[in-house]
Design a binder for this molecule. Sequence first.
Ligand code: HEC
Length: 207
Amino acid sequence: MKKLSVIIVIILVCSTFFLSRCSENKTGEASNQKDTVLVGSKANGGYESQVKWGEHLVMAGGCGDCHTPKKMGPRGPEDDSTLLLSGHPAKMPAPDVDRNAMETKGYFVSQTLTAWVGPWGISYSANLTSDETGIGTWNEDQFLFAIRNGKLKGLAGSRDLLPPMPWQSIRNYNDDELKAIFSYLKSTKPISNMVPPPAPPVVQRKM
Ligand code: HEC
């Protein structure tokens, strides 16, 4: 009898232990899952709107580093906020530098950080504002195509985007993020600025 009650006690203790382990596991998994689901499915990345989310992605993604002309501030070049994302100013003359040297010995960038010289010739940062000289007439598919494939204006038959546009890394945004970026760009103040076309290199390269 004594033996039996000892066995019963052992069984009870063990089953309570296993049950508690089980339920611990379950709640553990459940709460992990909840976190994952919450982070992954937060609408608009947790921002109040798609446009706000896009603004965050553009600011954190450094698009303005090249697409917003710089002016000199106390700590060096800073964004000219009146020209936000409007690209290389059309009225600026082409970089007056030794093209041969710049194309073979290094790179050149203008003080606005919008005109670039390298082995590809001269490229100018594009106007990304909602103006028709920017992305005002684009649709969402074009934008995704441009970033994913590095094609001007997001059109299949157009030329490849030139350096230093880092589309090879920007293409890693997922579709929802790129759509948010596009909706933010569509909401920007339109700035009329017809960015000049690129110039071919003066030095012929052996490919
Ligand atoms: C290091 C500089 C640099 C950065 C950073 C950069 N861009 Fe660009 N981008 C350029 C240049 C230069 C061009 C023009 C390339 C050309 O003419 O082929 C360009 C072109 C583009 C175009 C094509 C415009 C057209 O008319 O076809 C889009 C769209 C674009 N950039 C979006 C972005 C977005 C969005 C970001 C941030 C996530 C970004 N860029 C970050 C330099 C940059």
